[in-house]
Ligand binder design. Structure first.
Ligand SMILES: Nc1ncnc2c1ncn2[C@@H]1O[C@H](COP(=O)(O)OP(=O)(O)O)[C@@H](O)[C@H]1O
Ligand SMILES: [Mg+2]
Length: 285
């Protein structure tokens, strides 16, 4: 278990020895009488793959919304790469490199998959009207780069064949992968994923996990992902943070967390979810 990270100094993330790239301190959110997030405090190590788990209603999604600018917290601080992010709008937080997947909107559904991808890239050509009219060589080069990057990512998620189809025609699972691929087009430093494996087939889930490992190894990308599948958490996360009733109740390596009484109690105390470790030690692929 870790001491709650204090806001002042960059505290080392638990056990990994890595520098914390993100710290939340006492984040609070009330919805009417419901204390959805109740003083959540955590730190996420740079270039870690950290899982955020907890029973349904623990406040995990709300916490994501609070730290990525979709909701304004009623209290607390969130610091990403040395900058306070709480209360800032999502686009500004995304520009700092802290990115959450966005749903494909109606407007995006009416565009081809490849255009969805290219629009997600920062400084994409055509962003400024001047570029459309004069098309300087640099703009054409940039467009080619962006297109290549987009096609590579679509390949990773098995969407390359669908590049020219309207995003609106994709299945639920494919749409989710496109949302993720769009987030990756921004080349994030810190990517937040809310149940990325849910609703996609196991083969693609596997590819997604491999891709996360590769981005972490090659580019030092940090991941914080909410996940219900304990096998995925135990086998793929370096660290696990557990929320229950709006608070962080445990934090450590997967094997530490699965053996923690408080965690087991939290799951047994009213969750539909399988408690960590219930599927036995040998849960490997
Ligand atoms: N927009 C909202 N308005 C009112 N209550 C909400 C809203 N969003 C979440 N809640 C409540 O906050 C609590 C935490 O929800 P949520 O963050 O979705 O949990 P989790 O993602 O861990 O399952 C729940 O009690 C939920 O009903
Ligand atoms: Mg949720």
């Amino acid at each position: 278990m870790t001491e709650p990270a204090t806001a002042a100094a960059p505290a080392p993330a638990a056990d990994t020895g890595a520098r914390a790239i993100f710290e939340a301190d006492g984040i609070v959110k009330r919805f009417g009488g419901i204390q959805a997030v109740d003083g959540a405090t955590m730190s996420v190590g740079e270039a870690s793959i950290t899982a955020l788990i907890g029973p349904n209603g623990a406040g995990k999604t709300t916490f994501f919304n609070l730290i990525t600018g979709f909701y304004r917290p009623d209290g607390g601080r969130a610091v990403f790469a040395g900058r306070e992010v709480q209360g800032r709008p999502p686009y500004m937080i995304a520009r700092l490199g802290m990115v959450r997947t966005f749903q494909i909107t109606k407007a995006l559904s009416a565009m081809p998959v490849i255009d969805n991808m290219m629009l997600a890239a920062p400084n994409q050509p055509g962003e400024r009207l001047r570029n459309v009219i004069f098309r300087p060589a640099a703009s054409i080069r940039r467009e080619r780069e962006v297109r290549e990057q987009a096609l590579e990512l679509l390949e990773v998620f098995n969407l390359a064949k669908l590049a020219d189809q309207y995003a609106g025609t994709l299945s639920g699972g494919q749409r989710k992968l496109l949302e993720l691929a769009r987030a990756l087009m921004t080349r994030p430093r810190f990517l937040l994923l809310d149940e990325p494996m849910a609703g996609i087939n196991p083969t693609l889930g596997r590819r997604l996990l491999d891709h996360m490992q590769r981005l972490r190894a090659e580019d030092g990308v940090t991941f914080l992902f909410i996940e219900h599948d304990m096998e995925v958490v135990m086998n793929h996360a370096d660290r696990v943070i557990v929320m229950a009733e709006g608070k962080v109740i445990a934090d450590g390596e997967p094997h530490e967390v699965r053996a923690d009484e408080r965690v087991i109690d939290a799951y047994l105390g009213g969750a539909k979810v399988t408690p960590p470790g219930a599927d036995g030690e040998g849960a490997s692929e």
